[in-house]
Design a protein around this ligand. Structure first.
Ligand SMILES: Cc1cc2nc3c(=O)[nH]c(=O)nc-3n(C[C@H](O)[C@H](O)[C@H](O)COP(=O)(O)O)c2cc1C
Length: 346
């Protein structure tokens, strides 16, 4: 199967909202929710994608001729690439009935683990989703990261118990989910957390804790204060608040603010190995990619996920080779072209 065939297969197996576009750039789905779109005007998902395209890489081939090392240390686990499949919940609502969250996570978690990366799983109001996700992660020896929504404390406690039982090597919370239209007014209730509340959740988790949905220096510093081991610079793909900046625009200052104390991941519009390289050059340790993995699962099942991971890996290796960087640690801002207006200028 080629990537083109995967997209065609996805188009015929998805619901009406996602068009499985040649490049997933937020334009065709706009503000379509239910569906993979973004909130309000829908422009944040587009901005996320376009920001990476505005950043340009510096070619440098006067360098040692060797195979680039793409391996990434994630809390003591060696991953093949600095890439994770991002969490996506309620897939049947947004992408069509071919799969539900349980079947989707089963395919995604195992295919990612078998191909050297890891998947984040989503959460939902249906308790079976977290049960099945943690079961799928346990079946892969803990290679996977459940993402718990910021529910009330009793619900979080119960979900964290499932997470610990799964042996997952880390756990995440999408603190920005408080802004999701479909979560408001539902049971169990979800909402924002204070630093003190978050610190208690981190203690209860008992494993590396990742705060997803940080878009400001203040948010990053607060997450670190609460004891997070990692943050994900993310605006939830534009689904929780309209008119935010893109993640590429805020990444650099957030990395500088937290220094080396916290692992920094980023998502939003990252679509190729070259985009991954740019994110690392701006200071990220790794990236999440969400929507294109849904297309890969709907279009090609486990084989589709493998194909997409191989595609990203080969693009990343090619960019590293062409920019004279032999390992991920060597990727820096020197590898980016800086016009006087800054790396990302709108
Ligand atoms: C349909 C859909 C459902 C999502 N569900 C979740 C979720 O349950 N938990 C979460 O943390 N993020 C969720 N996200 C956000 C993604 O994980 C990710 O942050 C966002 O889509 C940006 O990455 P992308 O541009 O690569 O898709 C969802 C995104 C979409 C499009």
């Amino acid at each position: 199967m080629t990537y083109q065939e995967l997209l065609e297969a996805a188009r015929s197996s998805m619901g009406p909202h996602c068009k499985a576009c040649p490049v997933c750039n937020g334009k065709a789905c706009g503000n379509q929710i239910p569906g993979p779109g973004a909130k309000g005007t829908g422009d944040v998902a587009i901005r996320n994608y376009e920001a990476w395209q505005k950043i340009r890489v510096n070619m440098n081939t006067i360098a040692e001729n060797r195979e680039p090392d793409t391996t990434f240390d994630f809390f003591g686990h060696t991953m093949r690439y600095p890439v994770f499949a991002g969490p996506v919940g309620a897939v049947n609502l947004h992408y069509g009935d071919k799969l539900d969250d349980i079947a989707y996570n089963d395919i995604l978690v195992s295919a990612c683990a078998e191909n050297g990366i890891a998947a984040f799983t989503g959460d939902g109001t249906n308790p079976e989703v977290m049960k099945a996700a943690t079961k799928a992660i346990r079946a892969q020896g803990g290679v996977g990261i459940p993402t718990v929504k910021p529910w009330d404390s009793n619900t979080i406690r119960e979900k964290l118990r499932l997470v610990r039982e799964s042996g997952a090597f880390a756990v995440a919370m999408d603190v920005d989910a408080a802004g999701l239209p479909f979560l408001q007014g539902l049971t169990p209730p979800a909402g924002s957390k204070t630093v003190a509340e978050l610190a208690e959740i981190v203690r209860d988790a008992g494993k590396p804790f990742i705060v997803k949905g940080v878009m400001t220096v203040r948010g990053a510093v607060d997450a670190a204060k609460a004891g997070a081991s990692a943050i994900i610079v993310s605006n939830h793909g534009g689904r929780v608040l309209d008119q935010t900046p893109s993640t590429a625009e805020v990444l650099e200052e957030i990395r500088e603010a937290v220094g080396g104390n916290v692992l920094v991941l980023v998502d939003g519009g990252i679509r190729s190995g070259t985009d991954i390289f740019k994110a690392l050059a701006l200071g990220a340790d790794g990236v999440l990619i969400a929507r294109p993995f849904v297309t890969a699962v709907y279009g090609g099942g486990k084989g589709g996920v493998k194909l997409y991971i191989e595609k990203l890996g080969s693009e990343l290796r090619d960019t590293m080779r062409m920019c004279g960087t032999a390992s991920l640690k060597q990727i820096s801002k020197e590898n980016l072209f800086k016009p006087s207006s800054g790396y990302v200028a709108f």
